[in-house]
Structure formats: structure tokens, C-alpha cells
Design a protein around this ligand. Sequence first.
Ligand code: PNS
Length: 173
Amino acid sequence: MTAIFPGSFDPVTLGHIDIVKRGALLFDRIVIAVLHNPSKSPLFTIQERINLLQAEVSDITGVSIDTYMGLLAEFAKAQNARYILRGVRTEADCAYEIPMAQANRKLGKGLETIILAADPIFGYMSSGLIREIAAAGYASSNGEVKFDDSALDQWVSPAVKHMLRNKFSNKEL
Ligand code: PNS
């Protein structure tokens, strides 16, 4: 059984990786699908997001990475996948995921979404909040980083932290 694990991954968090690892126990093959949406301006380029993901999942059997544009249901069909894998942290996530799962089931003619409850240690963290913390923390008017970024270690890998620091150091908000 193949599942698509889709998302923006801007950037990948340890919460995403936890879902991939747990998904890998349920599915033979997981395709991590990075949405390439030209109308959005992400912090990380598609290649940077792929590289960061690759470093995190290289030791998990059956996991590969791809990108898609347009409808997720079409990508799933092209991959011969009948399942989508998603993680939810909060009620708000459920409210977002359920209509999407219902629509994908119709669009994908039975494409089912398997939703895993996030481990509570990742319960409140998101890529968006990580970007906000890094932007505010690393920005410094005199080019000197004063932010004690050790708190980021509980949410992102050292490689992601390094990339965030590079993106935001020496930049004004
Ligand atoms: O990480 P995200 O941003 O929460 O992931 C959302 C994502 C990328 C899975 C979703 O927006 C998506 O698949 N968009 C592609 C367009 C699509 O198929 N939309 C219909 C879903 S009902």
C-alpha cells in the first residue's frame, strides 16, 4: 500500500518526521509530496525543502520525495496511491483536514485520507510559527545574532535550524 504525505514543508519539522516514521509502520511506501505553488512565496525554495526532507528521511525504508503542482488527487493517481497521510495537532487542524479529506475522496474516486494524531510534544508547533520565531529571533540590526536558538532544537533538526539562521541573520524584519 502506498500513501502520499503531502504538504508545504516550509520548512520540515520534527512533527512531520514523526508522522512519516509512524506512517512507515502502516504503509509499504510513502511518497512525501512537496506542493509547488508558484502563486505563493515560500521561505525555502522547492529544492531547499526537498534537500532538508531528504536528509531527515534517508534512513526510513520505503520513503521517497517528490513534488507536485495542481491537484493532490491527480498526483496520487499518477503515483498509484489510494491513501493520503496527514497529521493533526488540534481541533483547528481537524476542521481544516476533514473537508479536504472529503473533497479528495470525491476527486480521487475513493482516495482515502488516513489522519494520525500528532504526538503532544509537537502539538502546538507549526512551520509557520517556526518561521515567525526564526525571523524575529535571528533578525538583528547590527548583524550580530543574539537569539538563544537552543529552543528550536525541540521542533526542527540542526540542518533546518542552520538554514533558518542563514535566511534570517543580518536581515531586518
Ligand atoms: O502543509 P500544508 O500547507 O498544510 O498542506 C496543504 C496541502 C499542500 C496538502 C493542500 O493544500 C494541497 O494538497 N493542495 C493542493 C491542491 C489541492 O489538491 N487542493 C484540494 C484539496 S481538497
